[in-house]
Ligand binder design. Sequence first.
Ligand code: GLP
Length: 245
Amino acid sequence: MIEIIRVKDYETMSLYAARLVAAQVRLVPDSVLGLATGSTPLGMYRELVRQHREEGLDFSQVTTINLDEYCGLPGTHEQSYRYYMDSNFFSKINIDPDLTFIPDGMTTDIDACCEMYDELIDFLGGTDIQVLGVGENGHIAFNEPHDYCFTAQTHKAELTENTIEVNSRFFDDPAETPHFAISMGMRGIMSSKCILMLISGARKADAVYGLLRGEVTPRCPVSILQLHPNVKLIVTDDAFVKIKD
Ligand code: GLP
C-alpha cells in the first residue's frame, strides 16, 4: 500500500519527511530509525537538526541503522557514508554514537559483517521507519537491478556502471569511486514498519514509474515496495511526470 504525498519542491519534501520522522521520535522516544544517505535526505536531516536545536527534539534514546557503506572507505573518508552521517546529522544532535549502526566498509570479513548486520536488525525487531532514496536505475540502498532475483540478506554488492558514474560526482577523483559496497538486503528493508520514500528531480521519473506502475521485478528493485503494507512516498512534481491518471 503506497500513500502518495505530492509536493511542489525539494524543500517541501524535506520538511514533510522531517515532520514524519520527528513525530515518530516524539511518540516513541526509543525508536529504531532506518537511515539513508545521498543528496535526497540532506534537507530532511537539516530540518531534524533545526528541530533538535530550536524545539528540543530529543534523540537520546534513538537507535539508527543505515542502509549501506562503500567497501574500502574508512569512516574518516569524506565520501564514506559513516562520515556523511556523522557530519550531516549525528554530530549535530544528542544521539548516543554507540547506537548508530553503519556497515564497516573496512571489514576484513565481509560475510561475518553482513551476517552480524542482519542479526542486529532482527535483534532490534526491524526499524520503525525506514527512510529511503532511490537511484536513477531504481536501486534502493545498493540493491542494484538484477535479471532474476532480489537479494534478501545484507550482502556485498557490485555497483552498476550507471551507479558508479552517478555517484562519482562526489569524489575529487572520479576514478576513486568504489565499485563495491555492503548493502542491507530486501528483507531488512521490507521488515520496516513504515517506509518513508523520498524522490525528487526529473532524473528519477523512471524510478517513480517503476515504483507505482511497473511490474514487481528485480530489474527495478524499488518496485518491491509495492508489496509492503505501509509506504509513504513523498515525491516532487518534476519526478511525477510519467504518472498519468
Ligand atoms: C546511493 C545510495 C542510495 C541512494 C542513491 C540516490 O547509491 N546507496 O541509498 O538512494 O544513491 O542518491 P541521491 O539521493 O543522491 O540521488
